[in-house]
Design a protein around this ligand. Structure first.
Ligand SMILES: [Fe+2]
Ligand SMILES: [Fe+2]
Length: 268
């Protein structure tokens, strides 16, 4: 089975000043276009947060329409989760069409025998990522029974270290609590975003991959500053023989520097 892991779409509705002058919606549509060219249809698309960029309910309505259009063109379900640039109440109102509330958004769904668990690492009013006791207790209960092809977990904040001192402050806080909850379960891999560059490592022996951003990238070699790069990427994920294998995919782009926060600016 293959599926696509897209993250950090940062889409806003048309008519606003675009972030870094880029058209994030067009980039997201281009990724779906590329998925349509694959020889094999992906089983589903997983989007791990920073869905819109500090947007309102209309931004979420716009994204929902875009994902519904592209998902149905491809003929695949699209599952989304929240990141630090998302708002729980505005997402619930605009994307889910529900009453606005601060209720965190996590769930489990099965796709062709693979269990997909989306966690909510978002902390309202903060860019940090954390999982509370309630969510971890739910996760333990959810993983009690194994799924036919195992489980993949989507979450916005990565759990393994990066080469960048700056980005390491953006990892999931207290990751050992998540590790405790999934150890000994059927989890075959974790998929995250947030850092806007491709990253892979083992989390207690379980493969953990972050995908670069669909809207823009961040330069992992800038160890003390934050360099935003003109790029658009995602992960193509293969599930085979009980293993999860990720293939970073990039759209054609010029990879130029869009904007840089120096270390001094970030700590001012
Ligand atoms: Fe992001
Ligand atoms: Fe983020």
């Amino acid at each position: 089975m293959i599926f696509a892991h897209i993250t950090d779409t940062h889409v806003n509705k048309p008519g606003q000043t675009p972030l870094f002058g880029i058209d994030a919606g067009a980039r997201l549509r281009a990724i779906f276009g590329q998925l349509g060219e694959l020889g094999e249809k992906p089983a589903f698309v997983l989007v791990t947060g920073d869905l819109v960029h500090d947007g309102d309910a209309d931004d979420y309505r716009h994204l929902r329409t875009l994902l519904q259009e592209e998902g149905s063109k491809l003929g695949v379900p699209v599952h989304v989760g929240l990141g630090n640039h998302d708002s729980r109440p505005l997402f619930r109102e605009g994307y889910l069409g529900e009453e606005a509330s601060e209720e965190p958004y996590w769930y489990s769904v099965q796709e062709q025998g693979l269990r997909v668990v989306m966690l909510c690492t978002q902390v309202p009013g903060s860019h940090d990522g954390e999982l509370d006791d309630t969510q971890l207790a739910w996760l333990r209960r959810e993983l009690r029974e194994p799924a036919p092809l195992g489980t993949v977990i989507g979450l916005h904040h990565p759990v393994v270290e990066t080469p960048s001192e700056t980005m390491d402050s953006h990892l999931l806080k207290r990751p050992e609590r998540l590790l405790e909850a999934i150890e000994g379960s059927d989890v075959i891999g974790l998929l995250s975003g947030h850092i806007h560059f491709h990253s892979a490592g083992l989390f207690g022996g379980i493969p953990s991959f972050a995908a670069s951003g669909a809207a823009f990238g961040i330069d992992p070699t800038a160890r003390r500053s934050m360099r935003f790069i003109d790029s658009s990427a995602y992960n193509l994920v293969l599930v085979k023989s009980g293993r999860m294998i990720c293939h970073p995919a990039m759209l054609p782009g010029d990879q130029t520097l869009l904007f840089e926060y120096t270390a001094e600016e970030m700590h001012a």
